[in-house]
Design a protein around this ligand. Structure first.
Ligand code: HEM
Length: 144
């Protein structure tokens, strides 16, 4: 799932950075909305360990949704290419530090795969409620 660095790939990197920044903005909006709209408590039929697991996975997904674009933005800021938003160059606030950019991109990738694992657990949990438990909990996650 990586974009190889070769001639012409700059466009893909720039589109990636721009879409990543849009996602980061949407995450901030979603997070603010969530803080002002706490979910209804889970019904007592849900075992405590499952409620804790679900809460832990959801909180971790929020943290990663913030850290993922932040690490990409910081890595790009320390890289030679810098950051641009749909062709509009964002002013540099740091000099190029190649090793730091590499470390941040490694972190970016690790955070991505951690988020992928959490999303898989989240989807499996939702599927269990929909198909196995049939307790109506899935519909809390879905549009009503
Ligand atoms: C929020 C959503 C984002 C997702 C899901 C995401 C995902 C990814 C993925 C899958 C890769 C390839 C990793 C690999 O090498 O296997 C990558 C690389 C990269 N991302 Fe992001 N990214 C996001 C946000 C950003 C942002 C906001 C920026 C910068 C403004 C950014 C800059 C980069 C750069 C420059 C690379 C290439 C790193 C390298 O040279 O190895 N990303 N990202």
């Amino acid at each position: 799932m990586s974009i190889e660095k070769e001639s012409g790939s700059d466009l893909f990197f720039n589109v990636h950075k721009s879409i990543g920044l849009v996602i980061a903005t949407l995450v901030v909006i979603r997070f603010s909305w969530r803080l002002s709209h706490p979910p209804v408590h889970l019904p007592p039929v849900v075992p405590r360990w499952q409620a804790r697991l679900a809460g832990g996975v959801q909180a971790s997904m929020y943290v990663l949704m913030v850290l993922l674009p932040v690490s990409g933005y910081l890595g790009a800021s320390y890289s030679k290419a810098g950051v641009s938003f749909f062709g509009w160059a964002i002013p540099r606030w740091t000099v190029e530090v190649h090793d730091r950019a590499d470390q941040l991109f490694e972190l970016h990738e690790t955070l991505l795969w951690t988020l992928v694992v959490l999303v898989a657990i989240h989807v499996l949990g939702a599927a269990k409620h929909l198909m196995w438990d049939r307790d109506g909990l899935f519909h809390r996650m879905w549009f009503n």
